[in-house]
Each structure stands twice: as C-alpha cells, then as structure tokens.
Design a protein around this ligand. Structure first.
Ligand SMILES: [Zn+2]
Length: 498
C-alpha cells in the first residue's frame, strides 16, 4: 500500500520545530478504519486481486506455498478462540512441545511464559519488569564484562557480520531493547522528537516481551536482527543522503515491531483452523495486520507519541502499518515488479516523500529476508531455526489430522531443499534489484554470501543424497527431488505438494 505523506524533511542535526509536528493536509486516519477492529475496507479492496498466480510462474507458486493460501479449508479442528480482547495471547504451546530454541539467556523463561498466558491487561498489571523501569536497564544489571563486551559490539553495529546471537547472550536476552534504544540515540532521534526516555524504554521492553521467545525463529532475536540489517541499509549512501529523521525513526520502529506477537504458525494455518485473527483480518495479511495493530496498541499504551498532535501520531501509526504490511511475502511480486519498473525507468526520486516511503518498504523487506545474505555461520543458524518452526507447525497439523502445509513436513523436506528454493525464487530476485538500486560494497557482499551459502546447501544436499543412495531406497521425498537431477532452479519438493 503506497501512501503519500507530507511531513517535511527534517535535517538530522536540528531539533524538531513545533510547527513541523502539526500535520496539515494529511490523509486522516478516520475512526471508521477501526484501528482495533476490522481492517479498512478500502485497504481490503486494494489487497484483493493485488496478486494473481499463474500456474506457470514458479516464483509466485513458491511464495504462495510459503504463506499465502486464501482458500479456507474445512477442518474439524477447534482452535483457541477469541474471547474478549483482540490482544489475547495466541498460544499453541499446549499443542506441541517446543525444542530448545528461543532466547539463549532464558533464565526468566518460565516467568515470561506465565506472563504470556495471562490476558493482555493482567499481564500489564503483573509485569514487574514494566513497573520497575528505572532499575531494569539490562546493561546496568549485567556483569561488567558482559556489559563491556556488549558495548564493544555496539560500536560495530553497522557491520554486516554483526553476530546478533552473541549480542543477545551478552545482553542477557535483551538484544532488541538494547539495540533499538542504542540506534535511536545514535541518530539523535530521542532528542529530536522529544521522546520521553522512560516511555521509550518501557515501549521497547513491552515490544520485546510480546515476541514469543519460544518460537524457534519468529522471536525477539529475529526482530533485533532485522533492525540491525535495517540500520545497515539506512546507512547506505543512496538512503543516507536522502532520508529524513522521520523516515529513519519510522524505519527502525517498523523493523523492531514487524513480527510482533507472531504465533509461530503461518497464515494458512490460522485460516484453516478458523483462528480469530484470520476472521478479524478477513484472511488478508492476517499476521502482518496483527503485528501492526499490536505495535499500535503498545504505542498508545505507553503514550510514546502522546506529546505529538493527534493527527501526527495517527499518521505515524498508519505509515508504520504501511511498512509492516509490505513484509507480507505473498505480495512479494507486487513490490518487486514496482521496484523493477522504477529502476528500469530510473525515476525513483528520493526527494519525493512517497518514493522514500516505497524505498523504506523495500529496505524492510530486504532486512526481513536477508538471512541467506549473512555469513554462513549466522545464515545457517537462521535456516535451522526457520525450518524447525515450519516443522513444528507440521507436527501440530499431523497431530490434529490437518493437511500438512507445504515445507512443513519434516519427513519430506530438508533444510537444504527449503533454503535452495527460498533463495532461488524469493531472495535472489529481490537482492538483485536491491543491488541495482544501491550499487554498493554491502550489496556485493550480500550477493557474495548468498552465492556461497547456496553452494553450501547444494553441497550438503548432494552429500545427503549420496548417503541415502548407499543406504537404499528409503530416501525422503525431498532427497528424491534433489536426486532426480535438480539444478538449483528446481522447485523443492515441499512446494509441489499441493
Ligand atoms: Zn520477520
């Protein structure tokens, strides 16, 4: 959803004049759009038919398999239903056993899980973390050595090799709060937008807590990783010279909140189990709408922008939504073809606010799926985590006799075949265009890592295939797909299942 907004350009080194913060002539976010209820019908009509899938289009097919099944399945499975509040926790933990993923520093894991089982309101009242804000700054309560090492890492926060897993351990599981707070301060945004430090800290703690850290992949560390990647992109010359402070604030907040409250299952699962979120958002960008509305809820709860004119904060909420909704992978082709068209015509004009907003959307999309572009040791960990999350969903589906979603069957897929397909059909096309837009050393580094990582997965797949052939005819479907002479352009078996 492209929107045109008109906040004036704010130079980084100047305080925000009062008049800048009062909105004029902006599209108003009317109460009829029901921030906490059904989505704006205008938005829905834009969403429907925004992408069509040609059966011959393998890329679209792969994307659809990853997360966009609009057909409601008729299954006799009664999920947890919405009771009284849209923020009620989604919790599938009773349905399956999580493995040993999640926050590496999980000393307070039990306490956190208990919190998440409470309703939103009870949680707010019960969270001591949120009440004792001033004593809870992690870098202050950490051992000096860890504190020093975390600070040391932050000095290189713009490094593409930044190890977010290590940073999370050094910050005692507070990577998202610590990193985002650091970046907002580094840019001088706290001062510029006259943000209340206590409110900001409280907001970030709540954001971090609302990620489900027992999700193998969609947890606060992923959000921190995306925020760090977003920072790297914001530093790219093409963006750094054109973005306003407002753009940067929005970009960092969107990155930190883009998967807020992710339940660890995908949209098709929510739809086929008649989950209340699927009903609430009419089966359209269900997760992304949930992440956005959750972020808005926390912004309002903490009153982070309450000093701004109402129109400004509403506008900011709306633009935050526009960025988060752009991460819906099922709309990948829409965004990619628009991006390609702009690049072909060389008509991206970054003095134009709507064009800058579009570039921010593309930057966030890149940051969200940049795992294959990281160095192997980091990339491999992300691959293992995301696959485990898929497989855990598959396990739930099997247990409840639901059709197992594509890529989610651990008997028929391997990390390698999922990764090779994901890179070939989703990541490579996006980063090829990004490199055209931002022809920089970082872009070349990312493409280089992706090529090496893909070759590594292909090598591992071949080894597995050889081992399976030696062991006899019991190879998995995925192995058979690779053994059947696939080049890297072959769609993995998992995506051919339906
Ligand atoms: Zn994400």
């Amino acid at each position: 959803m492209e929107v045109c907004y008109q906040l004036p350009v704010l130079p980084l080194d100047r305080p925000v004049p009062k008049h800048v913060l009062s909105r004029r002539g902006a599209i108003s976010f009317s109460s009829s759009s029901s921030l906490f209820g059904a989505p704006d019908p205008r938005q829905l009509s834009q969403r429907r038919g925004a992408i069509s899938y040609d059966s011959s289009d393998q890329t679209a097919l792969y994307i659809r398999m990853l997360g966009d099944v609009r057909v409601r399945s008729q299954v006799g499975f009664e999920p947890e239903r919405r009771s009284s509040h849209p923020y009620l926790r989604i919790d599938f933990r009773t349905l399956h056993t999580r493995l040993g993923y999640g926050s590496s520093s999980d000393g307070s894991g039990t306490e956190r899980r208990v919190h998440r089982l409470l309703s939103f309101q009870r949680y707010l009242h019960s969270s001591r973390l949120l009440r004792g804000i001033s004593q809870q700054i992690p870098l202050h309560i950490l051992d000096e050595d860890y504190n020093g090492q975390a600070q040391c890492m932050l000095e290189k926060v713009g490094n593409w090799n930044f190890d977010i897993f290590l940073f999370d351990r050094l910050t005692n599981g507070n990577s998202l709060v610590t990193l985002t707070f650091h970046l907002l301060n580094k840019y001088g945004l706290v001062e510029l937008f006259q943000l209340d430090m206590v409110k900001l800290w409280r907001f970030l703690v709540m954001v971090q807590e609302d990620y489900h850290n027992d999700n193998p992949y969609h947890n606060a560390v992923h959000a921190a990783d995306v925020t760090q990647a977003m920072y790297c992109f914001l530093q790219e010359p093409m963006l750094a010279k054109s973005l306003t402070s407002y753009d940067i604030l929005l970009g960092l907040l969107a990155a930190a909140t883009h998967d807020l409250g992710h339940p660890g299952v995908n949209q098709p699962f929510l739809i086929k189990t008649d989950h209340y979120l699927a009903t609430l958002y009419r089966n359209t960008s269900v997760l992304e709408n949930h992440h956005w509305k959750s972020a808005v809820g926390l912004l309002r709860e903490t009153r982070l922008f309450s000093h701004l004119p109402a129109e400004d904060s509403l506008n900011m909420e709306r633009e935050l939504g526009s960025l988060i909704l752009a991460t819906d992978i099922s709309r990948q082709n829409d965004y990619l073809s628009r991006f390609r068209m702009h690049l072909d015509k060389e008509n991206l004009c970054l003095s134009n606010a709507s064009h800058r907003h579009f570039v921010l959307q593309m930057a966030l999309k890149c940051a969200d799926i940049c795992n294959p572009c990281r160095p192997w040791e980091l990339s491999k960990q992300w691959s293992e985590r995301v696959t485990e999350e898929f497989f855990q969903q598959g396990d739930i589906e099997k247990k409840h006799k639901l059709e197992v979603s594509p890529l989610c069957d651990r008997e028929a897929n391997t990390i390698g075949n999922i990764q090779i397909g994901f890179m070939s059909y989703v990541v490579e096309p996006l980063f090829a265009e990004w490199a055209r837009f931002s022809d920089s050393r970082l872009s070349q580094t990312m493409l280089g890592h992706m090529g090496l990582n893909k070759a590594s997965w292909e090598g591992l797949q071949q080894e597995q295939t050889a081992a399976s052939e030696e062991a006899g005819p019991s190879a998995t479907d995925a192995e058979n797909a690779v053994a059947g002479g696939s080049s890297s352009k072959e769609i993995p078996q998992g995506s051919l299942e339906s």
